[in-house]
Design a protein around this ligand. Structure first.
Ligand SMILES: C[S@@+](CC[C@H](N)C(=O)[O-])C[C@H]1O[C@@H](n2cnc3c(N)ncnc32)[C@H](O)[C@@H]1O
Length: 392
């Protein structure tokens, strides 16, 4: 009979395989890995990572607008840009092919492709982010306290890094809109800074206009200025905050953000430039104000592994090290070389909520709502890990 340790390792290998299959269903299969590397990975997983219980977030919560309101917004984007679902399907197919071939620039080289991506993929992500963020009490409290706060000069800025595809914008608007129902006579605009290296500016404007046109943010009287404001910054986050500050009036600072999100983006940053990504996390350690919330989510599968020294680790291992003052473990995990600035790893964040494997399952009503309007568009369940940190 296999020992418990072997059984656990086998279970984790099976979990990895399942995650890869889920990702393959979304974007096509990942590049094949050498068998030896896979063994190594599974062993690392078994030894280094304590996998917490699988948890699930609900299809929706009481602190967000209804899921059919969210899906209606994506359906309106479809109606404004495509003549029929056949045209949408062929554009989605073109995006899928580019993503499968990892031609990321080609995948998003015009607005039709970007909108097709939103309708096909960001719709599901928006549902899950609305549920995730509204399931996290510190985020709900941050927004509701700001809305009821008497001081009208106080602003509330959020920074959505890698948020050009707009899922987190819609998710956050769905929460803010729900909260604002109870306080519709006050001027309490939420300023959403969206920083993305790609050309999503016109799409973000279109999504923002839809949110305001649909009246998600209730205002009494309704002639008052719109309260959901997005500020799109087409920038590389790894240079924007790491470079010498030489910025104009429109520049944003980490110190002014109440909430920062990195949703399905951290892994890309580490793939692009590991040392600049580490520097960026160090910048957040140094510059974010006490109380700032930082939400990170990433695929729970092996897509989210990064190389440290000669080993592969889930990216959240690295994040936990950088934000939680565990420099000795980081050094051990890496090549063993001593850091020139060890104090730079001293994070000052407390981990508030987390899961190493969390499901968002689409409910039947949402699925029926969407597929009755958009033939052949299926909203798949999704599995991810997340971390919510608060700056001390
Ligand atoms: C996998 S997509 C995730 C999109 C969205 N956050 C979501 O969860 O649906 C990663 C996003 O990060 C952006 N990105 C990648 N590298 C970046 C960088 N260095 N600076 C800013 N954005 C970046 C990409 O353009 C892309 O929009």
């Amino acid at each position: 009979m296999p020992s418990r340790r072997i059984a656990r390792t086998q279970a984790k290998k099976a979990a990895l395989l399942q995650a890869q299959q889920e990702e393959a269903a979304l974007y096509g299969p990942p590049a094949p890995q050498a068998e030896e590397e896979e063994e190594d990975l599974a062993d690392e997983f078994a030894r280094k990572v304590v996998i917490k219980d699988i948890v699930a977030i609900p299809p929706h919560t009481q602190y967000q607008l209804a899921t059919d309101q969210i899906l209606h917004l994506f359906h309106r984007l479809f109606q404004s840009s495509f003549t029929d679902t056949t045209e949408l399907q062929s554009t989605i197919q073109a995006v899928k092919t580019d993503l499968y071939n990892r031609d990321y620039l080609d995948a998003f080289d015009d607005d039709a492709k970007r909108l097709a991506y939103l309708i096909r993929w960001s719709s599901l992500r928006a549902l899950s982010y609305a549920s995730l963020m509204s399931s996290l009490t510190p985020i709900v409290e941050m927004i509701s306290e700001y809305i009821i706060e008497e001081d009208e000069d106080e602003d509330c800025q959020c920074l959505l890094i890698g948020g050009g595809a707009s899922a987190e914008i819609v998710g956050l608007a769905a929460i803010y809109g729900r909260m604002k129902e109870f306080c519709s006579t006050k001027d309490k605009p939420l300023q959403i800074n969206v920083m993305d290296v790609s050309d999503w500016g016109s799409i973000v404007t279109q999504v923002t206009n839809e949110i305001n046109t649909l009246g998600w943010i209730r205002q009494v009287p309704d002639t008052r200025p719109q309260q959901f404001i997005t500020n799109y910054l087409k920038n590389d986050v790894l240079t924007y905050f790491n470079g010498v500050p030489e910025k104009d009036d429109t520049a944003i600072s980490l110190a002014n953000q109440k909430l920062i999100t990195l949703l399905f983006t951290t892994n890309e940053l580490f793939q692009e430039d590991k040392s600049k990504s580490i520097q960026f996390f160090q910048r957040m350690n140094q510059e974010c104000s006490p109380g700032t919330l930082l939400l990170i989510a990433e695929s729970a599968g092996s897509y989210s592994n990064i190389q440290i020294g000669t080993k592969q680790f889930p990216v959240f291992f690295m994040i936990d090290m950088l934000l939680s003052n565990k420099k000795s473990e980081l050094k051990k995990a890496g090549s063993g070389k001593k850091s020139k600035t060890p104090e730079a790893y001293d994070g000052a964040w407390e981990l508030v909520e987390s899961s190493d494997s969390c499901w968002y399952r689409v409910d039947k009503e949402s699925q029926d709502f969407y597929s009755s309007r958009l033939e052949n568009i299926k909203l798949e369940n999704m599995r991810f890990f997340f971390r919510l940190y608060r700056k001390l």
